[in-house]
Ligand binder design. Sequence first.
Ligand code: HEM
Length: 430
Amino acid sequence: MTDLHDDMHVKMKIATSEEIWKPGGPVEDWTTDYDIRDEGYIENPVPMWAAMREKCPIAHTDRLGGSWNPTRFDDVREMAKMTDEFSSRQVLVMPPAPNTPEMSRYEQMIAAAPITADPPIHTWTRRMLLPAFAPKAVTRWQDYTEELCHQLIDGFIESGQCDGAVDFSQQIPPRVIAHMIGVDAGMADQFVIWVNAVLGEAMSDPVARLKARDELIGFISEEVAKRSQDPQDDLLTELIFMELDHPEANVTPAVVVGITNLLIVAGIDTTWSSIGSALWHLSQNPNDRQRLLDESDLLPVAIEEFLRYYAPVTMARVAEQDVEFNGVHIKNGDKILMNFPAACHDPEHFENPDDFIIDRARNRHVAFGSGIHRCAGSNLARLEMTTAIRVFLERIPHFELSDREPMKWAGGQVRGPRVMPLSFEPGQAR
Ligand code: HEM
């Protein structure tokens, strides 16, 4: 480690208290008192974003320890570029759990690098990942993903019903990631439990979040230690032994644990949410479903519209200094939500943004973020989404939402269906 990093090792208390977590009352004004835990907001945030964008495009709330919420495309994109002013070392949308252990700046940055890192750590940790996620490299996982989708459908097609979130969408990304990093695919169910606690239930249970995070890190640390002794032909081994041509690079086991933590957490919840939202949409819009069945080249265009309309990921930043930004005074230490989903509905950038247009021609969305942290896994995400939707439609061309049980959405950091009962004619054609 160079001298440059010395101050990075000073432990910092992360502001946290039980008080912050207490639920507030109903929201009366979305521009001054928004609540990302509000049930209506989780189910359909689009009207609230429109209200904020119109009245106060960078809204503020004191809830959950306070945060800013930019809703315009240009603001979100510009703020994502301001990496000197807004650090990524605290990207969680929810506040830290009470009694979160103190961490140094360096520990915060490598906790899930590159997403939690600022330059220069960001630069070389991101570089470690790019080759494995290049467009050509991810095609390696195509056959596995396709076969997996068929197997999952085989499991429920005769019954004429499934939970599109639990039995299908949720099953794909954890298995692809397990396969890629080289751990037993049998761990996939455990990954789902951990990721749910880290991102989903983190909305209400910070203590469970911390426990799940510790277990996940414990598991990864053991896998890293095993491969350091006994290298395998997998991504984890590649990361451990990677040599980088960058003056700041320092690939320690802790760095590899952080990167793998990110791959599991960022690669799973996001993609399963996007597959789930697409199926939810198709369950209720038979015209769009029919167009996908009839027009074989429409799917890649439709995937971009699913990504835009149902963009799942909001991230956070922490201000490193006082900043005047488009009429608001952001103070050193304030949290800013990178509301990529709201940006994807800005009428200044998208014609009729709140209409789902399956063949939308101009669609430069920011569902994968913007700037230096733009999603490194977007090629894999697109491959998984495209394969999942194509195979589902091939096997089950006609399906609908059923009222067997209520639909349930997750919100906050990653929005998507968590319970989605679907019905269809049993045993439709392969
Ligand atoms: C539809 C699925 C996905 C969506 C919508 C999505 C969205 C995002 C967004 C918005 C960011 C930017 C974060 C920020 O600015 O702080 C991001 C970063 C990232 N994503 Fe994804 N993601 C998806 C799937 C994946 C997958 C499958 C992987 C890999 C397995 C992945 C790996 C990453 C990584 C490594 C970063 C950090 C990049 C950096 O900081 O330089 N993502 N993702």
